[in-house]
Design a protein around this ligand. Structure first.
Ligand SMILES: Nc1nc2c(ncn2[C@@H]2O[C@H](COP(=O)(O)OP(=O)(O)OP(=O)(O)O)[C@@H](O)[C@H]2O)c(=O)[nH]1
Ligand SMILES: [Mg+2]
Length: 352
């Protein structure tokens, strides 16, 4: 599965998969003789075997996860056809091209040797070579041997166990007070399983989750420890975890819209978080940020809209807002699809 590693400055996510690639064998050459009317013994007519299919990797910038390779693990190209009589050459088999994200490092699983580091979009690398076809007896005719029976077998195709590895940074970062439901949200939308509990600072180190909205459409979300007022001065766990959000493209400010403790003023708390963000780093503060009002299930149905609207107004919030219940999953699909669309739209803009 995914492993989160800590680099010096940023946590990267390692997405990995092990696959087996097996190229096709070459077809055997044939040994046969012409049979023609009135000619009792014709010359050799055995054709060559066809080439076995090879397996290639192709870097594709539209793919950003190796998750599909954890499901489809064995990739086997077909064998070449054997040669036949009457000068027939065996047909070569089709190659197989495996599309992988740009940034994928491919290593031989047995030796650890790195075979390829896919750096550029459309970069193509041979992973396993198909066997060449054998020679038919056509090739063995000589002045001394007019009726050769020799032929050669096709070569076997190459076969390897490969390890694919992709390091990715988080695209989206969760921000919020302890207990806002950040870890519950990442659990709801990804396979990440950080601990969830009803006390503050349950999360003490960042967690990353791959959010897969469709096949080949996914992004990485980072759940970091909760932030409180005074974090810049070291309150709570401080604000050092904010560095993990430095390279994200979007922040989600998760707010508990229905705090059990009546003395809590969610608007004041939300403002405090944003102040801490700004104190930590102006560029992080300037990042696109969406508001996610969580625990909507705790609000009485009829008052939900009113309470959320009032909150948004008091905060003076003008940007995008989502109302969700991370615990029931309500509203989470809309949120992840909107994030995916946004990220894709931003990437497309950058390419222009
Ligand atoms: N009713 C309800 N409870 C929720 C919801 N989301 C989270 N909770 C509860 O709120 C508590 C805190 O949730 P967490 O996901 O641990 O919160 P967190 O933001 O990760 O907290 P820290 O890691 O301490 O910063 C837990 O008891 C959750 O079960 C929700 O949508 N509805
Ligand atoms: Mg947590």
């Amino acid at each position: 599965m995914f492993i989160a590693i800590y680099s010096k400055h940023l946590m990267k996510y390692i997405d990995e998969a092990k696959i087996h690639v097996s190229a096709g064998d070459g077809g055997d050459g044939a040994a046969s003789f012409r049979r023609e009317k009135y000619i009792p013994k014709g010359g050799p007519s055995g054709g060559d075997g066809g080439r076995g299919g090879s397996i290639f990797a192709l870097a594709d910038r539209n793919i950003n996860t190796l998750v599909d390779y954890r499901f489809a693990r064995i990739h086997r190209a077909k064998n070449g056809e054997n040669g036949r009589g009457a000068d027939c050459y065996g047909k070569g088999a089709d190659d197989i091209t495996l599309r992988m994200p740009v940034g994928t490092v491919i290593a031989n699983a047995a030796t650890g040797e790195i075979i390829a580091d896919l750096q550029r979009h459309e970069q193509k690398v041979l992973l396993a070579k198909g066997g060449t076809g054998g020679l038919g007896n056509l090739h063995f005719k000589s002045s001394t041997n007019r009726a050769p029976r020799q032929f050669t077998p096709g070569e076997p195709g190459e076969e390897f166990d490969l390890k694919l590895e992709l390091k990715v940074l988080a695209d989206v970062g969760l921000l919020g007070m302890p207990n806002a439901g950040k870890s519950t949200l990442i659990r709801a939308v990804s396979a990440a399983r950080p601990k969830v509990a009803d006390y503050p600072f349950t999360t003490v180190h960042p967690n990353l989750g791959m959010v897969r909205v469709d096949q080949n459409r996914s992004f990485v979300m980072a759940d970091i420890p909760g932030l409180i007022e005074g974090a810049a001065e070291g309150a709570g766990l401080g604000h050092r975890f904010l560095k993990h959000l430095a390279r994200t493209r979007l922040l989600l400010h998760v707010v508990d819209i229905a705090p059990l403790d009546q003395t809590i003023n969610p608007v004041r708390e939300a403002k405090a978080i944003v102040d801490e963000l700004r104190k930590y780093d102006e560029s992080l503060y300037q990042k696109p940020r969406w508001l996610v009002l969580n625990k909507a299930d705790l609000l009485p149905e009829i008052e939900r809209e009113k309470i959320c609207k009032k909150f948004i107004r008091s905060l003076g919030w003008k940007e995008k807002t989502f109302i969700i219940s991370a615990i029931s999953g309500e509203g989470c699909n809309e949120l992840t699809y909107a994030i995916m669309d946004y990220l894709e739209h931003e990437s497309a803009k950058q390419e222009e």
